[in-house]
Design a protein around this ligand. Structure first.
Ligand code: GTR
Length: 343
């Protein structure tokens, strides 16, 4: 029923997306007083979709962003944050953002890669040494350029958020790389993830995030992979109790606005929205650091077996064919990522 309601409201939004955004949360109200329609007088109510629950660090960031926009426009621009996939799973939400039916979203770079190939670079394994390296790149001019490249996909990237490192977890014991062989592993749908699982001798099963818990529970899949906060908040740790800390990917989160909504904003409002997004990063990253530690402590206390990887080299060697396959396609950005390491 829930899904049906979601679908119906999504369709009604899509129907009018070509025209006015009103009714889909994109209300554009004329100024109350008569006279000239001044851009700064326009009022909007927008929607922002996030897959995570209300206390999750990305949603904490979303809410800070909405609060800053609201304050800086004296309440003229209201952004309602919809957590917990209320507006749909990430792939469907991105499609609606492209159409202008949903104005804002925070999604992972993983699903974004299917809409804008540049974002695939974040699904390549072991391209960043650690979070510091990742952020040096994200905060560089090249990181901003990558965000701006979303414009070619009818979206406008506003800011990156933290997402840590992704690790495998399974219903079955996993003490080494060899233990992943033959396992059915859920992945975020994109072609690089499928190549990655093949390189590990596993079977990739692309699936929406919301379906992973029951699929693990019923044994439709053996394993999945994610960071500690997602492993914990989604309750995957209850049904896949064996995690191995291989840290194969660092896939940043992206806060973005639909190009259609962006085009409606005045120059001044665009500046406010962009700056508020950048200013919300600090809050999101602080929340991330705290939540990540708490999530790890919670899953350990609940009895998950967490295996450290002392030497990541065999893992890097195993997935080298993936890098080799995509090296020429991503050469420029891979060089930029390497350069960011030295900064
Ligand atoms: C999380 C990410 C989500 C979603 C999820 C997934 O780390 O924050 O946006 O992409 O992974 O695996 O689907």
């Amino acid at each position: 029923m829930k899904t049906l309601t979601k679908t119906v409201s999504a369709i009604s939004c899509l129907v009018i997306a070509g025209g006015v955004l009103a009714g889909c949360g994109g209300k554009n109200e004329a100024p109350a007083a008569g006279g000239e329609k001044k851009a700064e007088g326009k009022k909007y109510t927008f929607r922002l979709a996030d897959t995570h629950p209300p206390d999750y660090p990305t949603v904490v960031g979303d809410k800070k962003f909405a609060e800053l926009v609201n304050e800086r426009t004296n309440g003229r621009i209201k952004i309602d944050v919809f957590p917990s996939s209320q507006l749909g799973e990430e792939k469907a939400v991105i499609e609606q953002v492209q159409l202008g039916a949903i104005e804002f979203t925070r999604v992972s770079s993983g699903p974004l890669a299917e809409f804008n190939k540049n974002f695939g670079v974040f699904s390549l394994p072991y391209v960043f040494d650690n979070d510091q390296h990742l952020w040096k790149f994200l905060e560089s001019e090249n990181g901003s350029k990558l965000l701006d490249s979303l414009e070619s996909s009818k979206m406008k990237g506003l800011a990156y958020y933290s997402s840590g490192a992704r690790n495998f977890y399974s219903r079955k014991p996993v003490a080494s790389l060899a233990d992943l062989k033959g396992q059915k592993i859920r992945v975020i749908q994109n072609k690089i993830n499928i190549d990655l699982m093949n390189a590990l001798g596993a079977n990739a099963t692309p699936m929406a995030y919301g379906e992973v818990f029951s699929s693990l529970q019923t044994g439709v899949i053996d394993a999945a992979e994610n960071n500690f906060p997602s492993y914990q908040s989604s309750n995957h740790f209850e049904v896949a109790k064996n995690m191995i800390l291989d840290g194969h990917q660092r896939v940043p989160e992206v806060l973005m606005i639909s190009q259609a909504a962006w085009n409606k904003l005045s120059e001044e409002d665009r500046k406010i929205v962009k700056q508020a997004a950048l200013d919300s990063v600090k809050t999101q990253r602080e929340s991330w650091d705290k939540y990540e530690k708490e999530a790890e402590a919670k899953v350990r206390a609940a009895g998950s077996t967490i295996t450290e990887v002392k030497d990541v080299k065999p893992w890097q060697d195993a997935v080298k064919p993936v890098i080799d396959k995509y090296r020429s396609e991503y050469k420029e950005v891979l060089d930029q990522i390497d350069a960011a390491r030295k900064k």
